[in-house]
Design a protein around this ligand. Sequence first.
Ligand code: SF4
Length: 370
Amino acid sequence: MDGTGRESGAAEAAGFEDLSDSEFPDFSELGDIEELGNQPGSSLGDPRKQVNSQGPYKRKREADAPTPMERFYLRCLWVSDLSTQSWCEQQMVYGKELPGFQSAEKAAVLGAGASIHLARELELHDLVNIHTSTKEDAWAVKLLNILSMVPILQSGGTIREFPVFGEIEGVFLVGVIDELHYTSKGELELAELKTRKRPMMPLEAQKEKDRFQVSLYKCIFDAMVKGQVTSASLVHHMKLSPELLLGSQVQKHAHQGGFTVKSFGDLLELAILSLTLSDLPVIDALKIEYSHQETDAVLGTEMVVFEENRVREKLRHHLGYWTGLREPQGVDVKEAWKCRMCDYATICEWRKSGGRRASTLEQPAQKMSR
Ligand code: SF4
């Protein structure tokens, strides 16, 4: 199969509405100067150490109040949302609650980034439009993409836009890996492309967000090839019906790829078997490449050291918000510079309250500088 497919129609219902998960708006660019000008000595320390799900900001939540996952009708979380959350959790929440609030400038940065990703994807394969009318169809397209890419990777080739999914720390995560290839040493390397509006490398806060993103991809991909991601888990979390017959276009596309499947469950078992029997290695190296949007010039690359305990600790902290253990938090005082370029600065409750919500948090945080 030479096409990778791209779903339409029921994509939103399946939780795959963000088809460009592999690219995010690089909001930090607008604030590089501000971060450099941040005053030393105002740090509250590592915010993750101060505010964890068991810590001082633990939420006094009504037992029957819906969790954010329930409130936003989410069955899974996108790696992109978790990555955005690590920039500013409150900003990510506003982005979900007030989607029309994003400035035109940031939307343009995102649009340009997505175009560059699409061009890179087209370098390796054609895109095929497949009509989907159910969430099972939408997931089937992802599974067909996996089935078409696994053999390429097995034979030492390069693949782009590889879908990943799986339950990590009790929550079902989904994402799309930009690129997987083998290095000259034979290591399986994940390469993430980040495009930047300005021709300069990002500062530390942006790099940290990107490191978290690729580390999560590794957690999910490794679980998939180790056989830790099961069909039952996907069906359970996404509330899918394995017995449902696939749409005619999906069946036709599967047939062209050499797969004779009728129901979603048949295809799912095939994809899971393909992954677990593939003998694909876990990801050995994580690389992030920063390039200039306008000229496509490479600005620099970062090799990320994977620290599983740290990544999982951070993930658990983020999930504390989604599972209703605590209220959303804005930026720490040492990162108040982010507020100056934030679309939600004029309405942000966290900022207005100086970094705390007296009515919902058990202990006040240190007042945030303006
Ligand atoms: Fe986060 Fe600051 Fe924006 Fe509030 S104003 S959402 S704390 S970046």
